[in-house]
Design a protein around this ligand. Sequence first.
Ligand SMILES: [Zn+2]
Ligand SMILES: [Zn+2]
Length: 248
Amino acid sequence: MEEEIKDFFNRIVETLFPSGVTCFLCGEEVWDDKHVLCNMCEKEVKFPSKFCLRCGTPLHSLADYCLTCKNNKRYFAMARAPLVYKDKVAGAIKRFKYENKRYMAKYFAKFMAEEFERNKNEIGEIDFLIPVPLHEEKEKERGFNQSKLLADELSKMIGIPVLDGNLIRVKNTQTQTELSYKERQENLEKAFKVLNWREIKGKRIVLIDDVLTTGSTLSHCAHVLSNSGAAAVYALTAATTDSEREDD
Ligand SMILES: [Zn+2]
Ligand SMILES: [Zn+2]
């Protein structure tokens, strides 16, 4: 009898406070399932108030633009991200990409949807979300394109369709992390291609990717889309690296 009472109370507690709802960054239990972060992580991921007006990376000076944007032509009108790529956020994105945690796409997309809303006036009407493509072999190897998953989840939240398969990656670029900015540029040269320009011409587009590192991938994609007649190209990523990254 005692066991039954205990069981009964446990079930009530479980109904009122369901377990298994955890913070997607640290794994702590979250009592309110409307939130995907615990209180601590929520405070930790607060985006810095000062950031590059062009690429959205956090700035530590009074400048309006980061050095990369100051010194290089950027083909996207504006790039934004709701999270900074470091600590727990970096860990979560790595789990999402390399440990096949596809369900995490909707958590990141929730932040991206909020970021999109914040910039809606400046961005204006948008025709398509275009995920940054992976090379075919790489997508096969990973089993999915993380940018496509993010675009699909975001699309459900903000009601803008995804255009996938038109912008493609034609050359398997080597791993970018070890390269300088200039080497990345050369490496990415001619890596992207539009298959059908008629679908792109006159359209207002938001490119979607997981992380903005130097922004050169997004800039090259935007360049290719502009050359195909896109009216405007913006970029939205789940996270951005800090402007004081080493390769600046
Ligand atoms: Zn947490
Ligand atoms: Zn910048």
